[in-house]
Design a protein around this ligand. Structure first.
Ligand code: MG
Length: 225
């Protein structure tokens, strides 16, 4: 179970689903060879992929290329469906960081075959969150720096203002498809600079006003006895 510091106590992270945006930063869409989308591209990660701060991302044996993606995550505060963009912020509890860890080789293969991304996105430990939950009243997230370093080397650096679809539009779109429940997580997409992780790497991701999320990276072989 993942618990994050929130106001004076803790928040238990227990989403019914984790909804992720693909291609929500133009430069990242381009680096993967895609057009900028006309409506949000969404997919799901299972809640079983969650880990908390200072844990370990496990690189699965069946992938040769696992990438990091730093993202601003929105935590939903109350149930809603068909939410208008004008009322969307009423449904937001707060914000954290989510790393949308991706088995890129398996995703490439799925794209080539026209198959879903579930395997590439869904391994255990592929959704680190933290370091804390920031209440929406404490932070305007419209133009924050977000970045990621691996072993101290800068890999990703951008601003949330570069997002193609903004949070109210994203909530309007997702809730036109599926009911959003309190606790659900929306990961709003990653900027350019995604790249591979290796056994022994140390990740440091940050978003201005939220803090720094640190994770280790381990090969699956290294933890099997
Ligand atoms: Mg992503």
């Amino acid at each position: 179970m993942v618990r994050l510091p929130y106001i004076d106590g803790f928040y238990e992270v227990k989403p019914s689903k984790i909804i992720c945006l693909g291609r929500n930063y133009a430069k990242h869409a381009k680096e993967l060879g895609h057009e900028v989308p006309k409506e949000p591209v969404i997919f799901l990660k299972p809640p079983s992929s969650l880990i908390g701060p200072k844990e370990a991302i496990i690189l699965p044996r069946i992938s040769k290329r696992v990438d990091h993606e730093v993202e601003l995550a929105v935590i939903i505060g109350k149930r809603g469906r068909r939410i208008s963009r004008e009322r969307a912020m009423e449904y937001v509890l707060g914000y954290t960081i989510l790393l949308d860890i991706t088995a890129r080789d398996l995703q490439w293969e799925a794209k080539r075959k026209g198959l879903p991304w579930t395997v590439a996105k869904g391994f255990d430990t592929f959704a680190p969150v933290g370091p804390r939950l920031v209440d929406k009243r404490e932070l305007d997230v419209s133009d924050l720096e977000l970045g990621l370093k691996v072993n101290g080397e800068l890999r990703q650096l951008a601003r949330t203002s570069e997002m193609i679809f903004k949070i109210p539009e994203i909530i309007e779109y997702i809730s036109s498809v599926m009911t959003l429940e309190a606790g659900d997580i929306i990961a709003t997409g990653t900027p350019a600079g995604v790249g591979p992780l290796r056994h022994g790497d140390e990740i440091e991701a940050w978003i201005e006003g939220i803090g720094k999320l640190e994770e280790d990276v381990l090969a699956e072989e290294s933890i099997l006895c």
